[in-house]
Design a protein around this ligand. Structure first.
Ligand SMILES: [Zn+2]
Length: 183
């Protein structure tokens, strides 16, 4: 940030505001405090019969690698609505949300991931503009070496674990891995 987005002043300082505990970017001219907070990434693993739907990314980061349809939550949107939108955008598909499976922290890049398991409506999907390819995979077919992000591998692995056990669990994870809270 080079100038204040409120008044245009370049008089920005990093300081701890009175009554606060963290340093914030504060404008010396209009006194506006520019809070910066982590971003929420929302997504959904679409399930159809014994398979899950993954998308091969057409954009960086992770271009060419497989991912659980996910993206930044928009303002004014619930986490579940955002997850359904991401499936629409990346896989041209509709899902009904079943349950939240993943809460995944990546503090060093200021992101928190929330991913659901959902049912692919009618088994129908296409290829969204952010994807090179979308495909249904059985557990044995998952391309583990080509999964784009650790959060997606975490969700896929735990989904199949749950399915074998007949459970629906909320798994809490992180990168770097600090160990499963719900093993
Ligand atoms: Zn200002």
């Amino acid at each position: 940030m080079n100038f204040c987005s409120h008044c245009g002043s370049h008089d920005l300082k990093l300081r701890v505001p009175e009554g606060d505990t963290y340093p914030r970017i504060s404008c010396g001219n209009c006194q506006t405090i520019h809070y910066q907070n982590p971003k929420v990434v929302t997504g959904c693993l679409p399930v159809w019969e014994d398979k899950v739907l993954l998308c091969r990314r057409a954009i960086e980061p992770g271009r060419g690698r497989w991912n659980v349809p996910s993206g930044y939550l928009e303002n004014g949107e619930s986490v579940a609505e955002g997850a359904r939108r991401e499936v629409r955008e990346e896989a041209a598909a509709e899902v009904t949300i079943d349950y939240l499976i993943t809460l995944y922290d990546i503090e060093r890049i200021n992101q928190v991931y929330l991913q659901f398991v959902g049912q692919l409506v009618d088994g129908v999907f296409g290829i969204g503009p952010e994807s090179l390819e979308c495909k249904l995979f059985t557990q044995a077919e998952i391309p583990w070496e080509e999964i784009a992000f650790t959060s997606s591998a975490f969700t896929i692995r735990n989904y199949f674990r749950d399915r074998e056990r007949g459970t629906t669990t909320l798994y809490q994870g992180s990168y770097p891995d600090r160990g499963l809270i719900n093993p």
